[in-house]
Design a protein around this ligand. Structure first.
Ligand code: NOJ
Ligand code: MG
Length: 545
């Protein structure tokens, strides 16, 4: 089933640069004291998602509970305490519904049935209960642009041209369409976006693999059916959705993303979600450099949208030792977003190379990238295993992206605590060295770094909702910003290069006194700004009020 995969976003994030051999950053660091009551209060309110730390889970690769080599819902439930300890407040489950697995579950064959590889509906219910009992939330992937060709809707639609679902998909007599195809007839995953179907003697449109026909949202029945899918899972206690390529629902001959009709649909979806207080939507924007269109007036579309301008491109600025691309992408969202919009901050996902690979194996580069992700304005989404600096694998079952989807490494046993059987996908590199059991014992490990930084966020509203102001540094090699709310303020600074750097932060009223709470380097405040020194490959968070 292995496929050749050539999406442009993969290539973009895969590339790094060369930055020489930076010295190791100072190990350890410390976090400020714990604020459990404040944390609980922030996570219980309607703004909980702004204060939460999300964790993206590939259920198939996280924890197997029955020895079949495939991760499952019961396995995930057994690891909730681990996630809680790490500082995770909410889970995003990649697709867990029935699928022939041509695209790792992003080809849904039944929107209402749990994939039996992962368990039963009771297992899901049990997972939701167990998460909620710990004050954690769970959102699911909602894949609405297309179904699997094995979905009963498509089976019916392709049978002939007159059946009840004949117009549920995008059919055409030619491999093109006057009202569809957005100016290109090629799909994301291959040459043509049109596949000939002998049954109908017509072509159907598929933005992704041929096994993923696009639904036709011009049909009111499709709109009703898919909104019903959202309702179904919200009724069962799911806390919201990560919406897969949601901007692509409608297309015209020239445009494919966020057409007015797609925007209307999203508003309808948001209205459904609003019937379930506390539920949230996070968008996967297709335009990687600007998610503004997904926020509407700030309250009528998405609660969050992924910030790919940073998350999928940080390899370039770190490789080049230049802060400018990072400054530009954050400046753009700070400027353009409506009040209420919230960035969803990542440094990786199931679609791109592992952070370890993007950092070119440079531990400090990975840490500095995460540093920005976890302290900039927004809600962080940690991709499972990122906290261990999981190395890429080489095995491919579906396509190249499997190299970033290898099973979690819990310990040094042959099945690495993931399975007692044979893993469905081979473990990644250096599996005997970089696993949780070993990293937990090592105060200088990536895991310890994530734990400390996540602890620093807990109970402090400023990280989720405080103002973020980008700071002039007088140098091209430092990215620095100020975070503040009514109660506290911080300065965060990251050195993009392997060399020690001094910078002048020219902004009055930065704060009252500077105390470094994590990282390395110094900040000396004065009336008109501050002098900053960061060691090579260093970064720091300073409390200034
Ligand atoms: C985006 C998902 O993240 C990716 O994994 C998938 O292949 C495509 N959408 C198609 O669903
Ligand atoms: Mg299993």
């Amino acid at each position: 089933m292995k496929r050749s995969f050539a999406a442009l976003w993969l290539a973009a994030a895969w590339a790094g640069g060369c930055g020489g051999d930076p010295p190791a950053a100072e190990p350890g660091g410390f976090a400020e004291k714990n604020w459990p009551a404040e944390a609980e209060a922030l996570l219980a309110g309607s703004d909980w998602y702004r204060h939460a730390v999300f964790y993206e889970v590939y259920v198939r690769s996280f924890q197997d509970s029955d020895g079949d080599g495939v991760g499952d819902l019961k396995g995930l439930e057994s690891r909730l305490d681990y996630l809680k300890e790490l500082g995770v407040d909410a889970l995003w489950l990649m697709p867990i519904l029935e699928t022939p697995f041509f695209d790792s579950g992003y080809d849904v064959a039944d929107y209402l049935a749990v994939n039996p590889d992962y368990g039963t509906e009771e297992d899901l219910e049990s997972l939701l209960d167990a998460a909620h009992a710990r004050g954690m939330r769970v959102i699911m992937d909602l894949v609405l642009n297309h179904t699997s060709a094995a979905h009963s809707w498509f089976v019916e639609s392709r049978a002939d041209r007159t059946n009840a679902k004949a117009d549920w998909y995008v059919w055409s007599d030619t491999p093109s369409h006057p009202d569809n195809g957005c100016g290109t007839q090629s799909g994301v995953f291959g040459d043509s976006a049109w596949e000939y179907d002998a049954g109908r003697g017509q072509y159907y449109f598929h933005r992704f693999y041929p096994e993923q026909p696009d639904l036709n949202y011009r049909s009111p029945a499709v709109v009703e059916a898919t909104l019903g899918v959202a309702r179904h899972w919200l009724d069962r206690g799911v806390d919201g959705f990560r919406c897969d390529v949601i901007g692509l629902l409608h297309e015209s001959a020239t445009e494919c993303e966020m057409l007015p009709a797609t925007v209307d649909y999203i508003r309808e979806l948001r209205a459904v979600v609003d019937e379930y207080p506390g539920s949230v939507l996070v968008a996967e924007p297709s335009k990687l450099t600007d998610a503004t269109a997904y926020f509407g007036d700030g309250a009528d579309m998405f609660h969050m949208a992924f910030h790919f301008g940073y998350g999928y491109f940080w390899g370039f600025p770190f490789g080049a030792g230049s802060a400018a691309p990072i400054t530009d992408t954050f400046a753009a969202s700070l400027e353009r977003f409506p009040v209420g919009a919230q960035d969803a901050l990542v440094i990786g996902s199931h679609d791109v190379a592992r952070a370890y690979a993007v950092a070119q194996g440079d531990d400090t580069r990975h840490r500095r990238a995460a540093w920005i992700q976890l302290t900039a304005r927004g809600t962080p989404y940690v991709y499972y295993g990122e906290e261990l600096a999981l190395r890429p694998g080489t095995d491919e079952v579906v396509d190249l992206r499997d190299t970033a989807r290898t099973p979690m490494l819990w310990d040094g046993t042959p099945g690495h605590g993931f399975t007692t059987g044979t893993p469905w996908l081979a473990f990644g590199a250096e599996a005997d060295t970089f696993h949780l059991a070993a990293e937990r014992e090592d105060p200088t490990s990536m895991w310890a770094f994530y734990r400390d930084l996540l602890r620093l966020r807990r109970g402090r509203a400023v990280w989720g909702t405080g103002e973020m102001e980008l700071l002039e540094t007088g140098t091209t090699t430092v990215f620095a910003f100020h975070r503040a709310d009514a109660f506290m303020a911080y300065v965060v600074a990251v050195n993009l290069t392997p060399d020690e750097v001094t910078a002048r932060l020219a902004r009055a009223d930065l704060g009252e006194r500077a105390e470094r709470v994590i990282g390395s380097g110094t900040l000396a405040l004065d009336a008109s700004g501050a002098d900053l020194v960061l060691p090579g490959a260093g970064a720091a968070v300073f409390r200034v009020r």
